[in-house]
Design a binder for this molecule. Structure first.
Ligand code: CMC
Length: 393
């Protein structure tokens, strides 16, 4: 029947009320709890941002110390979890491992969770924020055939993660503070983005009362796609394929061709019809990281900047308001830090976990909350009678 509003892709449907993140896509503004993303990324740190997203206010010094301590307390994963990793092929995509292992957290902690109890919700949340870096680093270590590195709780969130990824038992490992700071910034930029596909997935999964570990695993699965979090991986692969600035026009031409499914990865956004403010900070961070590792003339960075310059002058991109999004530059930065392409979306998932959790909590606390259950416009066959196999010939 026709009385439902048909809105494929939910381009004009608000699925919830939210106080967490504000985006003005025309102006290119992004606020977490009212604070501009630029200020949080330049002046704050990731755990402070987590606190802000979860509690609605920036922490006082005492609150921050307490929060950091609570997050740090849960960095270890149950030793039994090591066995999960061993079940995967070494060449398994780390996102497949993430979906599986984060979902499996529910097998370890599910029974202890009563989601109607705010305190237990917060404990589950702390567990995920703390354990995601450990699990992500284990996925990486497994893929390169190196032993797992246990968390080091005296380090910052980002520094600990770098160490778990890149330290090996046979050598001293010193975390590079410039890279740790850059990674922390990348985490801040990815922490939340209102009702994007993965966040909506988490809310929808959670609307049935499913446990939060399972809901976050659902979000990770959704994030994996190349139109969403997988775009950072796809963008870097594209830049590598382009290789040199002289080949850019060829790819621009393909992106504009209606008969060619190729798109410029890392370009365009459902909500931003102006420069993605995260992309601007990301580009600066890329500079900082490349300068630190002494690779200021990384050819891929040159290709990216030139591609951006050419696209932003092209009528097609101007008319459709297609600008670089966060994924355009993040891949170059992560690659410079030493992460393989397959880890890019994993890092996005790690950082977005707090946003998913904050949104999940807000949903649970919302008195209007109902199970998410869209309607449809049925376009299939009208009712008909069953015919036996012999009647069907
Ligand atoms: N390259 C070439 N053309 C594009 C691109 C692009 N990257 N993005 C959109 N268009 C065109 C598209 O063909 C369409 O043209 P027309 O109106 O003539 O059919 C028009 O622009 C509008 O695109 P749309 O697909 O209807 O817009 P959407 O809001 O459904 O899609 C998007 C948004 C992000 C999926 C899309 O822009 C895209 O596929 N971009 C490339 C992938 C990407 O970078 N994704 C990361 C998004 S930001 C981080 C995240 O969310 O994870």
């Amino acid at each position: 029947s026709g009385h439902f509003t048909y809105d494929p892709g939910f381009t004009s449907t608000a699925s919830c009320e939210s106080k967490i993140t504000y985006i003005d896509g025309d102006k290119g503004i992004l606020l977490y709890r009212g604070y501009p993303i630029e200020q949080l990324a330049e002046q704050g740190d990731f755990l402070e941002t987590c606190y802000l997203l979860l509690y609605g206010e920036l922490p006082t010094a005492a609150e921050k110390a307490d929060f950091d301590m609570r997050v740090t307390k849960h960095t270890m994963v149950n030793d039994q979890m090591h066995r999960f990793f061993q079940g995967f092929r070494r060449d398994a995509h780390p996102m497949s491992i993430m979906v599986a292992v984060v979902g499996a957290l529910s097998a370890f902690y599910h029974d202890s969770i009563d989601i109607s109890d705010p305190q237990q919700r917060m404990i589950a949340s702390m567990r995920m924020i703390s354990k995601l870096p450990t699990i992500a680093a284990m996925a990486y270590k497994y893929s390169v055939g190196q032993p797992f590195v246990y968390p080091q709780n005296s380090l910052s969130y980002a520094a600990n993660f770098l160490r778990m990824c890149f330290a090996v038992p046979c050598e001293e490992y010193q975390v590079n503070p410039v890279l740790a700071r850059a990674l922390d910034k990348i985490f801040i930029l990815h922490a939340d983005h209102e009702q994007n596909a993965s966040t909506s997935t988490v809310r929808l999964a959670g609307s049935s009362g499913a446990n939060p570990f399972a809901c976050i695993a659902a979000g990770i699965a959704c994030l994996w796609g190349p139109a969403h979090g997988g775009a950072n991986e796809a963008a870097l692969k594209m830049l590598e394929e382009i290789g040199t600035p002289d080949r850019i026009p060829e790819f621009i031409k393909r992106a504009k061709d209606k008969d060619d499914p190729f798109r410029l990865m890392g370009f365009g956004h459902r909500v931003y019809k102006n420069y993605d403010p995260r992309a601007r900070i990301m580009q600066k961070t890329t500079h900082e990281v490349l300068a630190e590792i002494g690779d200021t003339d990384d050819p891929i960075f040159e290709v990216a900047k030139e591609l951006e310059r050419i696209a932003l002058q092209d009528e097609y991109f101007i008319e459709k308001k297609l600008y670089p999004n966060i994924d355009f530059y993040s891949g170059i930065t992560l690659r410079a830090m030493g992460f393989p392409t397959s880890m890019f979306t994993v890092l996005f998932a790690l950082a977005r976990t707090v946003g998913w959790i904050a949104q999940w909590m807000e949903m649970i606390e919302d008195p209007h909350q109902k199970i998410g259950r869209p309607r449809q416009l049925y376009t299939g066959s009208p009712q008909r009678d069953y015919r036996t196999l012999s009647q069907r010939g």
